[in-house]
Ligand binder design. Structure first.
Ligand SMILES: *Cc1c(COP(=O)(O)O)cnc(C)c1O
Length: 374
């Protein structure tokens, strides 16, 4: 997700910064004054605030959302060669985080309406993986574009099959599923603070959430070089993945306005729905009853995508294709297992999706401008 500097911004980080710039400058200055750049006091302050915000019992920040997924798999003791099921229509990090440590991503398909992992396709994947004598251990459930996946069904399948759920909430912090917040939906949930995500810092950052304190302790150890109780005592092989104190200080300020920003994103989505619910050649994204999305993206399905994107471009409206290629078709991932019938819905979505500008400070006039070309 990149930022754009055209007159209408696809994601407008400057409007937000204007609003909280003074507080952020003070927060950064405080870190410069105390000088604890790694694991300074702001890191645990932020983690505690994220516990309050999500309801998760244990929260650990880390260096980025990709590391968060890898750390989650390490904490769950997944072994090289084990299989995790990953939707084929997602950002590459959902699979990369597994492949990097020798865990095998098995690609399954998504639901055409929600863009999230399709439980039926997952069940087929489990059957086919077992037939191939593979060892399924987990599901990487991605909350694509901010909408939580179908966790009730995923939980039933996971419990029946003895699988763990890692909820990739890189795009969905601030969203909820049936009164449960993102952060409470997987055995371990993760998020990303990459600048363009709904809750972004001014660099890289990520976090893990779990209600299981034992898992929490493992996560904490892994992110700190596998450290034991004492500083130079190493009880497991870990990685170096900490959130910078300066980024934590920035996120503390951003979290203060985040609930209001989620409401604004939902208002903007509503205004977009009004236009596209009755539009012939573009269909609006569907949110399942009981879900609140964080609207990382507002993504349409458009039959004539090129011409629609050009029309938008002609009136100065940026739009982006998330994602142009499903993971099963990515050169680095073509040799990983997938369903015998492939992932046709993911492939189709890659040819038809288009994301419109979405951020809490989007102007009504921009939405009206988009409506004018229909
Ligand atoms: C952005 C993203 C990630 C990775 O987060 P980073 O902080 O960029 O490492 C993982 N999964 C999904 C679905 C994402 O959108």
């Amino acid at each position: 997700m990149k930022e754009y500097t055209e007159s209408v911004n696809f994601i407008d980080l400057s409007a937000q910064q204007k609003k909280i710039r003074k507080n952020i400058e003070v927060a950064i200055k405080n870190v410069l004054d105390h000088g604890q750049y790694i694991m300074g006091p702001e890191v645990s302050i932020l983690e505690n605030k994220l516990k309050d915000f999500t309801g998760a019992k244990n929260v650990y920040s880390c260096a980025n959302g990709t590391d968060a997924l890898t750390i989650a798999m390490m904490a769950l003791d997944f072994q090289p060669g084990d299989v995790v099921f990953v939707p084929s229509f997602t950002y590459v990090a959902s699979a990369e985080s597994a492949a990097l440590i020798g865990i095998v991503p098995f690609f399954v398909d998504v639901d055409k309406e929600t863009f999230n992992i399709d439980p039926q396709s997952l069940c087929r994947g489990i059957l086919e993986a077992k037939k191939l004598n593979l060892n399924p251990v987990g599901i990487i459930a991605v909350d694509l574009f901010g909408q939580p996946a179908n966790y009730e069904e995923l939980r039933n399948i996971a419990d029946r099959e003895g699988l763990k759920i890692i909820a990739d909430g890189a795009q969905s912090l601030g969203a909820s599923y049936k009164d449960k917040n993102v952060g409470m939906l997987g055995d371990i949930s993760t998020t990303s603070f990459f600048p363009a995500k709904p809750m972004g810092c001014y660099g890289d950052g990520g976090a893990l959430f779990t209600d299981d304190s034992e898992l929490g302790d493992k996560i904490n150890s892994i992110r700190l070089h596998g450290r034991g109780v004492e500083k130079y005592d190493h009880t497991s092989i870990g990685i170096n993945s900490r959130l910078d104190t300066i980024q934590a200080a920035i996120l503390i300020e951003k979290l203060k306005i985040f609930p209001e920003e989620i409401l604004k994103r939902n208002e903007i989505a509503k205004a977009y729905h009004k236009i596209f619910d009755s539009c012939d050649y573009a269909s609006s994204p569907k949110i399942i009853e009981g879900n609140i999305s964080s609207w990382a993206q507002y993504t349409l399905i458009v039959e004539e995508r090129d011409s629609f994107q050009n029309k938008l471009k002609n009136i100065g409206i940026p739009s982006v294709i998330y994602y142009p290629k499903s993971l099963t078709n990515q050169p680095a991932y073509v040799n990983y297992p997938t369903l015998s019938k492939g992932t046709p819905i993911s492939d189709e979505l890659c040819n038809k999706v288009l994301s419109l500008p979405m951020h809490p400070y989007l102007k009504k006039s921009t939405i009206e401008k988009i409506a004018s070309i229909l």
